[in-house]
Design a protein around this ligand. Sequence first.
Ligand SMILES: [Zn+2]
Length: 595
Amino acid sequence: MKTPIFLFCTFFMISFIACSENYKMFDKPISSRVANYSIECNFDPVNKLIIGTEFITWTNKTNLPVKEMQFHLYMNAFSNENSTFLKELGESPKELRGSWGYCKINKLYLGENVDLTQNISFIQPDDDNKFDSTVVSLKLPDEIQPNESIELTIEFTTKLPPLIERSGYIGSFHMASQWFPKVGVYSDLGWNCHQYHSNSEFFADFGIYDVTIIIPDEFMVGATGILIDEVQMAGNRKRLHYYAEDVHDFAWGADSNFVEINDHSGKTEIRLLAQKEHTGEVVNRILHATKSSHQYFTKRYGQYPYPQITILDSPVFNAVMEYPTLFLTGNFDGYDNPPAPVEPQLVENLFMERLTMHEFGHQWFYGMCANNEFEEAWLDEGLTEYITAKAFEAEYGKIMQNDEFGKPLPVRDFRKQMYIENYTNLPILNYSWHYPTFSEYYVGSYVKPKLLFYTLDNYFGEAVMEEIIYLFFQRWQFNHPKTQDFVDIITEIAGEEIHTIIQQYLETSDFLDYKIESVYQNRVKVSRIGQQIFPVNIEFTFKGNKKISKQWKAEESEITYEFNKEPHLTRVCIDPEQMIEFELNTQNNCWNFDN
Ligand SMILES: [Zn+2]
């Protein structure tokens, strides 16, 4: 590959420097910058078309030569009813008929003019579904050696679909996410470039994005990075130039119904594009949740280093999502049918605040600590659920909140019932599309991990959990951490004894249930019903209210305690402080003399 790379290098370096010479986000790179994109595109909102050219500079940072490259064409998930995404969704929404979305590579060149368009072909690495065209393979004429770079030019056309999930349009709102041909992630294990699945999110390498969008004047646009230039053009159009360093994706949303609100939190600029009818209360609530969680996450886990966070106030819940330096939130309290509060005086519905904090929290876990969401979704979703609940409680108190079924609960208990009812689910460590249903994916990737983190928080203390998450973020920001990296940090801080317990919790669908088997005089038999273990306190209360506490590691399936020198037992309670958040049945945990 040496000759062509040398030839094209000069042109690309000149054009790239010209693009970004006036602006630099960071003094020196803070990520490995494997995949760098310069994209120029034109948006036609009438036909929902984005016609663009992208210049990719990709570096082989592995020890292996690369003979083939793989790219995501995510929008093809919406190109026909037999795509893997729509098959897994179980329906082909009727709005798509006649309005299919797609991402088409029109021309692909090595450098600027060695035409390799004939070298591309669709592949289906996950399921062999020949109707799925969300991944494309490019055969290279020469290998890319370790530490060599390749430059490609891709001319593409993307058609946005009606908004089903994350990307597309509804009314005047247009969300362009996963909209351009995007390189997969190459490692010493080969390409990691999964098809687009209905229960999966994303994975990509860090790099620089230099993107210009030509769009009609009436639209206000919010995008990854920052706007470094805006030029008025003929025909009531404008050319917007965005730039971002050390991010792994670029998304943008446009709406003629947006109004812009600017604020800041510390040195971070906040640019909120709100629906016109939402100015006032909704805007204030989103800004407040953003600022308070920014302070919470920054203080405990690490800095948000980008100069700006952009927030889009989405008109629909299905578009709500996180992207680097950009997220969507919105006012969906109670969804379409607001639940009736059971005890109105206790319940405040702050769904929008929780949603805002969750999506912003993803900047730390997904945005900067960029795990593979296809394969290990629990890492960013579980951590984000936990840190969101912590930040929420710190700001708004441990107040009761309506869950989406109208049931008032503390935030940390949200959807715990879902786990209890679905404990036979597949384990946490599971490819996201291997969960048969969305609710199983949700329990495995969000609820079950959150219950583990809260259990560790109860058992080791909040400070230990903060130390674990701080170290994980500091060690793995701008990198691709894996489950083992996180488990290693837990073990490093909380101790070796927790290692097997966590491994078991992640890898199996074993459940935890402790039970008082029998009490005879002062002899108590306690048993473990499930295979999952976690150290537990058992509290024995004697006549006269004397209490003795014992810790049981639960390594054996039952244990007997005898207290011959004590007065009569009046009460026995397993886990009286309810430290273990994932115990299936707590109804069999206590025995009282009265009973
Ligand atoms: Zn999330």
